[in-house]
Design a protein. Structure first.
Length: 468
């Protein structure tokens, strides 16, 4: 469809991270934007402050009248998390409006740009945010649709109408990334996940191969060296690998930690670019930086531009997000919700903050993911010194009989572990002698960030008073 003909955009599930990016994009293009979401939260409140009209009841009578008067000029966008019996969704379908999934709209936008898509079962948000930051501060600029809030912009979207470039986080859930039209792509990882959609790991692999098959013959594919994509799919592409290992086409050398920052040189297929500095903790972020730098380099950015802009990258909210680090106390919040992500995150904390006793708080996300990966979750979480599990965040799912956080707890070995509710969590933490806390999960565990940070601040004040 021709998005230029659209005057109004109504988003059902507007508070989601991907949906809110579209809301901001169309709002910046001076379209009228409104929407529905289940509940008010910081992101919807920010959208309202930016001029987006939002209500929180599934009631067609609450839809602003301007959005029901000219269906030819009105676009309806919905997220797959919206149930099929949603009254507002069916109101628009029954009346013949143009109703598209979020992924379809992002795909239409990608047709109009030179699109760099970043896919992978983990790591894609940080890599896409880094890449967007590198490009945005170059002469070409860029547009970006991110799966998290980039701290440099306090936003999940970058809009530059004059730039022909677009960075898109390519989400494999619901096969959304198969709607994109990428010219270049990064694949950070390819592991079993979203088995409620894919059924098995082979199905996931085929979807990623179909994704790379959407690249043009003169396109570029940059993939982690551990990702095995069929040669038939990539035979007509410029294909490169990256990782921390020297066997990859792009990799770091002379890696060291100095004054809390990583310093390294980047080996490319043609030459070595020297002297990069990264302020984000964790070797996983060095690897993410290698991916972003490599794609920006392949896009034509020079060493000076890459160096300067990597140095200023501040990270992404809820990705190894250090919320408090004072007086010997440390609190880190992370979006990790897959066993591999959890293991990466815990290893990064161990590496950057050695000899600390880590209390981890994990909220499982989805009954299906908990069912399929309970043993893997238990193994990854067993890398902690102590574990508190919260109840499963169901998101779009109905309960599955016999599946609860207890399924993970029963398999955790060799560390103290317990289950509590969000309501009781702060009481539990107040009775713990805590040095380092990590919160992990993709549900609503982020609502506990402020209370936990306030607890750490108070604990530091109490410790200072005891020392006087």
């Amino acid at each position: 469809m021709n998005l230029d003909r659209i005057n109004r955009v109504y988003l059902i599930g507007v508070g989601g991270i991907g949906m809110s990016a579209l809301a901001r994009y169309f709002n910046a293009l001076d379209r009228e934007v409104a929407g529905y979401d289940v509940t008010s939260k910081p992101l919807t409140q920010q959208l309202e402050s930016e001029g987006v009209i939002i209500h929180y009841e599934d009631e067609p009578d609450l839809i602003p009248s301007a959005f029901t008067q000219n269906k030819k000029r009105t676009l309806i966008v919905y997220t797959p998390a919206v149930p099929s019996n949603h009254k507002e969704l069916n109101y628009f379908i029954e009346r013949g409006y143009t109703v598209l999934k979020r992924s379809e709209v992002l795909g239409e936008i990608s047709r109009t740009k030179t699109c760099m898509a970043v896919a992978g079962t983990h790591g894609k948000t940080t890599v896409s945010s880094m890449l967007a930051h590198l490009l945005n501060h170059s002469s070409s600029g860029c547009n970006a649709f991110l799966g998290g809030v980039a701290k440099n912009y306090a936003s999940n979207v970058i809009i530059n109408s004059k730039s022909p470039l677009m960075v898109a986080e390519a989400d494999e859930f619901d096969r959304s990334f198969l709607k994109l039209h990428p010219n270049m792509a990064i694949i950070t990882s390819m592991e079993a996940d979203h088995l409620d959609v894919y059924n098995n790991e082979l199905s996931i692999k085929k979807a990623f191969e179909e994704f790379t098959g959407r690249l043009p013959d003169n396109g570029i594919l940059l993939h982690h060296s551990n990702v095995n994509i069929s040669g038939d799919v990539t035979s007509n592409l410029q294909t490169y690998s990256y990782s921390l290992e020297p066997e990859s086409d792009f990799h770091p050398i002379n890696l060291e930690v100095s004054e809390g920052k990583y310093r390294f040189d980047l080996v490319t297929p043609e030459k070595t670019l020297s002297g990069f500095t990264l302020s984000l903790p964790g070797l996983v972020n060095v690897e993410n930086a290698v991916a972003a730098l490599s794609m920006a380099y392949l896009q034509g950015l020079g060493r000076e531009n890459l160096y300067k802009n990597l140095t200023t990258f501040q990270g992404t909210e809820r990705r190894f997000d250090i919320q408090f680090h004072q007086g010997g106390l440390l609190y880190i919040d992370d979006y990790a919700h897959h066993p591999a992500e959890i293991a990466y995150t815990i290893r990064s904390v161990r590496e950057f903050f050695p000899d600390r006793k880590i209390l981890g708080i994990f909220q499982p996300h989805l009954y299906s993911r908990t069912k399929y990966f309970s043993g893997e979750f238990a193994e990854s979480l067993g890398m902690l010194d102590e574990l508190i599990l919260l109840d499963i965040y169901p998101a779009r799912e109905e309960p599955i009989e016999g599946v609860s956080s207890q399924l993970i707890l029963d398999q955790v070995k060799n560390i103290p572990a317990t289950i509590t509710t969000k309501k009781e969590l702060m009481n539990v933490l107040r009775n713990r002698d805590i040095e380092t806390i990590m919160t992990m999960g993709a549900g609503d565990i982020d609502k506990m960030v402020n209370p936990i940070r306030e607890l750490m601040e108070q604990r530091m004040k109490d410790n200072d008073m005891k020392g006087e």
